[in-house]
Write a protein that binds this ligand. Structure first.
Ligand code: FPP
Ligand code: MG
Length: 311
């Protein structure tokens, strides 16, 4: 009876939270941590924990589809994970290979048009995992509604090192002038996979670290981070919705701060003197509380509203 009340209560709370959300993050990156501690708590082997975690992973894809998230990156096997006991590592590779094939064949994946890709130092993976990656790529490569990046043999520093070497080779061969190196040059040299900056990182299992995950795409974008205590197999939709709410609050206050700063500059020097501040103000004015927005018209009179807000 108590279980029934709890389930109904959770569903009501879930709906309430869902109805509060307005602008979901485009790209969510997830550090699925706590599988072994969960297994230990149940008196099981670590591999059982990974199997239970894989069920949450499957559910997560459904939630992302429901909430119109466009891209998900999952920290599935880090470069540090190569240091795990060989038996656990091999069983984890078996599971990852099986899940990749299962996802690639699942009706839900095809209905939701999920494109599955792997990112990381894939040469370090055993053949069975690489074959499964190629299989998933073949079966889902043409889709583009929801992009799923599975980070395997992944390490953020390694990614940046590889990118730096690739750029240095282009300079060395005379194909690139160092003066022309910009963010786009580096982005082209990163692993092929993530197409958007990360908006939100979620980490389960209670540790408050981002563990060398997507430094360029997440740190560089000042992604919101949501740390939560449940182990990955225990992570529920309600926890995911809380993470998204954290992102939305942070996003709102970040936009407000930018608009206020830009407004202060425009007030001090005038819009004509500060085109960049005017652009920022124009882009984020809607984030200001209505009282502050009402005082804007004079200050922002000369703002060029024809500018693309995404510039
Ligand atoms: C971290 O928990 C989890 C992993 C290293 C593996 C996660 C992999 C899956 C859930 C399989 C998903 C499959 C695909 C294809 C996406 P941990 O082992 O560090 O646990 P602990 O923090 O309790 O020690
Ligand atoms: Mg861990």
């Amino acid at each position: 009876m108590l279980g029934w009340f709890r389930r109904v209560g959770t569903r009501v709370y879930e709906r309430a939270l869902e109805s509060e959300l307005s602008e979901p993050p485009s790209h969510v990156a997830v550090i699925m941590d706590g599988n072994r501690r969960y297994a230990d708590q149940q008196g099981d082997d670590p591999t059982e924990g990974h199997h239970a975690g894989a069920e949450t992973t499957e559910a997560l894809l459904g939630w992302c589809d429901e909430l119109d998230v466009e891209e998900v990156t999952l920290y599935t096997f880090s470069t540090e994970n190569f240091g795990r006991p060989p038996a656990e590592r091999e069983e984890l590779f078996d599971l990852i290979a099986a899940k990749l094939r299962e996802f690639a064949d699942a009706d839900r994946v095809h209905e939701a048009e999920v494109q599955i890709r792997a990112i990381g130092h894939l040469d370090r993976l055993p053949d069975r995992v690489r074959d499964a990656v190629a299989y998933a790529d073949r079966r889902t490569g043409a889709y583009d509604r929801l992009q799923l990046n599975v980070a395997l043999a992944y390490g953020g520093r390694r990614e940046l090192l590889d990118a730096t070497r690739a750029v240095a080779r282009r300079v060395d061969s005379g194909h690139l002038d160092p003066a022309d190196i910009n963010s786009g040059t580096i982005e082209e040299a990163l692993y092929e996979g993530p197409t958007r900056d990360v908006d939100l990182i979620v980490r389960t299992g209670g540790d408050e670290r981002t563990s060398n995950f997507l430094p360029w795409q997440a740190n560089g974008n000042e992604a919101a981070v949501y740390f939560t205590a449940p182990y990955w197999p225990e992570f529920r939709k309600i926890d995911f919705l809380r993470g998204i709410r954290t992102y939305e609050h942070r996003e709102k206050s970040w936009r407000q701060t930018r608009a206020r700063r830009a407004l202060a500059v425009v007030r001090a020097f005038g819009p004509a003197e500060c085109p960049e501040a005017s652009r920022v103000l124009d882009r984020f004015r809607h984030a200001l509380p209505s009282g502050e927005r009402a005082t804007l018209s004079e200050d922002a009179e000369d703002v060029d509203t024809s500018l693309d807000p995404a510039d």
